[in-house]
Design a protein around this ligand. Sequence first.
Ligand SMILES: Cc1cc2nc3c(=O)[nH]c(=O)nc-3n(C[C@H](O)[C@H](O)[C@H](O)COP(=O)(O)OP(=O)(O)OC[C@H]3O[C@@H](n4cnc5c(N)ncnc54)[C@H](O)[C@@H]3O)c2cc1C
Length: 340
Amino acid sequence: MTKINNVVIIGAGPAGCVCGYLLEKAGVNCVIVDYATFPREKICGGGLTPKAYELLKELMPDLRYEFQGVKHFRLMMDGKTLCEVDIAKELRMVRRKDFDNELLKQYLAVGGKLVKDAFSCFEKQKDGTVLVKLKSGEQMVCDYLVGADGANSQVRKQLTGRRPKNTLWMEQYVEKGVNEFIFEFSNQYKKGYYFSFPSVNRDVVGMGGFYSSADEIRSQLSMNTIRGKAAANGFVLKGAYISVDTVESGKNHVILIGDAGGFANKLTYEGLYYAIATGRNAYKAILEGKEFAITNREIYRKKKKEVYITRLFYSRFGLWLVRMGAHSPKLIKKAFEMNY
Ligand SMILES: Cc1cc2nc3c(=O)[nH]c(=O)nc-3n(C[C@H](O)[C@H](O)[C@H](O)COP(=O)(O)OP(=O)(O)OC[C@H]3O[C@@H](n4cnc5c(N)ncnc54)[C@H](O)[C@@H]3O)c2cc1C
């Protein structure tokens, strides 16, 4: 039997849960489909910037989650410290398994439905509705389909018919060290960086960018001595993609949000803020009957700007500028705080 819902969301990550929570709260009937059993793991540094947790507080005032606050950061280049900075507002480091589960609980608490299944395909119907087919054979009809199914989005694949420009990231947990986060850049890295983030009960180290294989990153990481040879301590190195190839969607009542829409920051690869913000913008589009291109205008504008800034930053000239700029930690602090 075909089930009828106002909105079907594929993916119960932060983008899907924020969108579903806001819609349900506003009285719009919603179902989220996810193939994972929650609480589920998600490979992620788990860094929430102030703009991310402040927006989340505004949207989900009852949400509570465990985090480690960090204010100290170290900027490194080619293995050497360029400067150390204390930022005004803390970054909150969360464990995604627990954090995402809390977001899902918020959605369920306002009456949202969750179906454990995998997205198969969708069909636009003559009456304007969307028929969604799931792997189990179940079918759903909805007014809007929201693709919040992450960097390897199948909704996006069907909508655009092309593979996104994904960046590959690898990370592993390590024992707790100093309560600081580290970013290391180098001309040797492929438009990405090495990171070390403290987190709840453990730290996470990794790197990523435009690498073609996990072996390439593994070999880069094995030479990196910032946190010692982390791979030796028994924790497993795991990888996942981040898509920075932004897609325009929404015209035919199929909206892509979060990583599915390629909304992560092209320079810093921060994705959580963009998942939350585009989730909110999809909710607005659906509730107000506006095009997503309009409610999400601000984010699209940011994405266009990021293309140029990223090109400059990850050039030899850009990294030289960072090296020079680091003589003034105040300048680095300002530049960092401008974006967080
Ligand atoms: C190594 C690494 C480190 C990162 N560190 C940070 C960081 O510190 N800070 C930050 O802001 N961002 C970080 N990111 C990016 C961040 O993880 C993502 O931007 C964020 O998870 C996007 O949220 P989302 O809801 O769009 O997608 P996801 O969190 O990926 O959720 C997608 C959901 O869809 C489900 N799904 C997928 N396909 C299907 C299907 N076919 N059918 C049904 N369900 C499906 C999945 O099970 C999943 O639950 C990092 C990413 C990586 C890879």
